[in-house]
Design a protein around this ligand. Structure first.
Ligand SMILES: [Zn+2]
Length: 312
């Protein structure tokens, strides 16, 4: 017989505790430890027209319904990645930081960044970070670099993509929707240049971590292969924007892509390679922990979240 659970006052029902979701996930990749951390998430309106524009609104609505998700509202998670190589603690992207408190225009758009809080729970202090790698210059990736003008990771050196850095620094041909982004980049990232290494695709960040060109979503976005003791994964940042639409309709334009045609070509190239070569992927805006594989389905793809493969 099970013991009967008795509350002190059993006339009072248990209280509601509110939503609770995992925000830290850690696994071993060869001799490395890899930790995706959920900085925060936004719930945004308009899966259409953000994905595919008005012209494809009906198709995207049908796609959403077929995949049991809302076509009006969608969740955008933000997932920086920590990699401990045993020699260096490398942080890829810094989340939203306190951008929304510092910029009125970003209030409804970006969540409060919780990266540092969750890092502490996971056992890391900001001082522990040796290298901060920025995949690209969009606000949700650079926002946590500084707080009130001060570096959040004071002991770290920085790694920035040279093409991305030059683009935002020069500020030529910045599209209207990215004008504020450019201001943020100049304010947050440019002053850190003297502590930064500027890299190009093919360059090594630290032993086992190497840059790959995935430009299109932004002018110089970089992905990174992460390899240790024969195990391999790739952190491809924002190559995919949504776990259903981007994969099942990679041909649709995405409003947040800076060069839409190039982003589409990059998406297809990377999806094809990921499916053929069975890559484990870390993908910044997928449902947490943002780890998975790509399956080829007829002429399109499917995001296959990892189950327990990385834990065995
Ligand atoms: Zn992003």
């Amino acid at each position: 017989m099970f013991a009967q659970r008795v509350r002190e006052d059993d006339t009072v029902p248990a209280s509601m505790q509110g939503e609770m979701q995992p925000v830290i996930y850690r696994f071993k990749l060869g001799g490395f430890e890899v930790t995706p951390i959920l900085d925060g998430k936004s719930v945004r309106s308009g899966l259409t027209p953000s994905f595919g524009g008005e012209a494809h609104a009906d198709e995207v609505k049908k796609l959403a319904k077929a995949n049991r998700i809302d076509s009006d509202r969608y969740e955008s998670p933000f997932t920086p990645l920590l990699v401990n190589t045993g020699k260096e603690l490398v942080l890829f992207d810094t989340g939203n930081g306190s951008l929304r408190d510092e910029h009125e225009q970003l209030k409804g758009r970006l969540p409060q960044g919780n990266l540092v809080t969750h890092m502490k729970t996971a056992g890391y202090k900001p001082d522990d970070v040796d290298v901060v790698v920025i995949t690209h210059g969009h606000p949700d990736h650079i926002g946590g670099l500084t707080k009130g003008g001060q570096p959040v990771f004071p002991k770290a050196r920085y790694v920035f993509g040279a093409t991305e850095f030059d683009f935002w620094k020069k500020g030529e041909n910045v599209r209207e929707a990215r004008k504020l982004n450019r201001e943020l980049y100049v304010k947050i990232v440019v002053p850190l240049a003297e502590k930064a290494t500027m890299i190009k695709p093919g360059d090594e960040v630290v032993s086992g971590i190497r840059a790959v060109d995935v430009s299109g979503h932004s002018p110089g976005m970089l992905a990174f292969t992460i390899e240790s003791e024969g195990k391999r994964m790739i952190n491809w940042a924002d190559t995919a924007g949504h776990y259903i639409v981007s994969f099942q309709r990679p041909d649709l334009e995405l409003d947040v892509d800076d060069d839409k045609a190039k982003a589409m070509a990059t998406r297809k190239r990377m999806f094809e390679a990921a499916a053929n070569e069975d890559w484990l992927i870390a993908s910044y805006h997928m449902p947490f922990p943002g780890l998975g594989y790509v399956e080829k389905v007829q002429s399109a793809y499917r995001w296959a979240p990892q189950g327990y493969q990385v834990n065995l």
